[in-house]
Design a protein around this ligand. Structure first.
Ligand code: ATP
Length: 313
C-alpha cells in the first residue's frame, strides 16, 4: 500500500461492508498512528463493531484496502495476532476458573506476558484473584476481559465499548489504566464508545462514523470547535427574565451586553460548544430529521442564533 508511514498502525481506504445487500460501511478511511488513543463514535448500528471486527481480522470486508500492523487482517498470521489485544467476553467459556488461574493460563500463550498478579493489581481485581469467574460482578468481569486483552503486552489494543456497565469509580480507574498503557507503554488503542465524556478524556483523536462514512475527525477540541456548533451565552435581565443566545462570537455579544447595561449583568455565563453538541448535530444532519438527535440536541439553528427567554437551567 502506498503512502503508509512507518508509524501508521491502522490504515483503511474505502473500507466497505454489506450484510445481505445492505450497505453498513460505505467507504471508511482511517489513519491511526502508533501510540495514539483513537475513539470511533457513532449511533447504534453505525457499524463501529463491524469496523473493529474487520480490523481485528474477525470479519471479511466487502471492499476496500486495510492494513493493520503491516498486514491485511484477513491474512494475519499467529505472530501478527500476538501483537494485537482484543477485549472479548472470554469469561463466558471459563465460568468455573478462578480469576488468577485463568489469567495465568492465558499468559502462557504469549512470549513475553505480563505478570498475572501485577496485572490483577493494575485492573483492580487483586482481591478477587481466588474467586470463580462466574461469581464476579458485571463490571469485574469486564475488568477481567481487559486484563486478558493486555496480558500479552499488545502493541495495538481494540476496546469495543469497554466501560459498559462500569460504575463511576471503575470507569475512572479504567480510564487511568488506558492512559497509562498509551502514555507509558506506547500502546495504540482503538476505542468505541457511546460515552462522549470518555472519548473526550481518553482520545487523542476522534472519528464520527455516521451513515456508513467518517463524517468528522480530529482532536476532541477541534471537533468541539468545529463550525457545526456555537457558543451559548446566558444571562438574566434587569427584569429577572432569563435569556440565552447562541453565537459564533460570544465575546462580542458579551461586550455588547455590557455596553447596553447600566451595571453588572446577572448570571452571565458563556458555554462553549461541546463535543456532544457537534456529535448530535452531525447525527441529526446525517439522519436528516428533526428529533433524530433527541430533544436535548443543542445544535445551531438555520440562522446561527437562537434567542429567547428560557427557564432557569
Ligand atoms: N452478522 C451480521 N449480519 C447482518 N447484519 C449485521 C451483522 N452484524 C451487524 N449487522 C448489522 O450491521 C449494522 C451495524 O452493526 P454494528 O454492530 O457494527 O454497529 P455498532 O455501531 O457497533 O452499533 P452499537 O452502537 O449498537 O453497538 C447494524 O444494522 C446491524 O444490525
Amino acid at each position: 500500500m502506498t503512502g503508509r508511514g512507518a508509524d501508521t498502525v491502522i490504515r483503511a481506504r474505502g473500507m466497505a461492508m454489506s450484510y445481505g445487500g445492505r450497505d453498513v460501511l460505505r467507504g471508511v478511511d482511517l489513519d491511526i498512528r502508533r501510540g495514539e488513543v483513537f475513539a470511533l463514535l457513532g449511533p447504534n448500528g453505525a457499524g463501529k463493531t463491524t469496523s473493529v471486527e474487520i480490523l481485528e481480522g474477525f470479519r471479511r470486508r466487502s471492499r476496500g484496502e486495510v492494513d493493520v500492523l503491516g498486514a491485511d487482517p484477513e491474512r494475519g498470521d499467529d505472530a501478527w495476532r500476538a501483537r494485537i489485544g482484543l477485549v472479548l467476553q472470554s469469561w463466558r467459556d471459563h465460568r468455573r476458573w478462578r480469576v488468577a488461574e485463568l489469567l495465568s493460563h492465558f499468559a502462557t500463550y504469549y512470549r513475553r506476558p505480563r505478570d498475572p498478579a501485577a496485572l490483577l493489581e493494575l485492573v483492580g481485581l487483586a482481591e478477587q484473584s481466588d474467586q470463580q469467574v462466574e461469581r464476579l460482578s458485571g463490571g469485574q468481569r469486564r475488568r477481567l476481559d481487559v486484563a486478558l486483552g493486555i496480558v500479552g503486552r499488545p502493541e495495538l489494543l481494540f476496546l469495543d465499548e469497554p466501560t459498559t456497565g462500569f460504575d463511576p469509580r471503575a470507569r475512572r480507574e479504567f480510564h487511568t489504566l488506558v492512559e497509562r498503557l498509551a502514555r507509558e507503554e506506547g500502546v495504540t488503542v482503538l476505542l468505541t464508545t457511546h460515552d462522549l465524556a470518555e472519548a473526550e478524556r481518553l482520545a487523542d483523536r476522534i472519528a464520527m462514523l455516521v451513515g456508513g462514512r467518517i463524517r468528522a475527525s480530529g482532536t476532541p477540541a477541534e471537533l468541539a470547535r468545529s463550525a457545526a456548533a456555537r457558543a451559548e451565552v446566558r444571562w438574566t435581565g434587569d427584569d429577572g427574565t432569563h435569556h440565552r443566545e447562541r453565537t459564533r462570537d460570544p465575546s462580542r455579544l458579551v461586550w455588547e451586553l455590557h455596553r447596553a447595561a447600566a451595571g453588572p449583568i446577572a448570571d452571565l455565563e458563556v458555554r462553549r460548544p461541546t463535543l456532544e453538541d457537534t456529535y448530535l448535530h452531525m447525527v441529526q444532519r446525517e439522519e436528516g430529521g428533526a428529533g433524530a438527535a433527541g430533544s436535548g440536541a443543542d445544535v445551531e439553528d438555520r440562522n446561527g442564533t437562537v434567542s429567547g427567554e428560557v427557564s432557569a437551567a
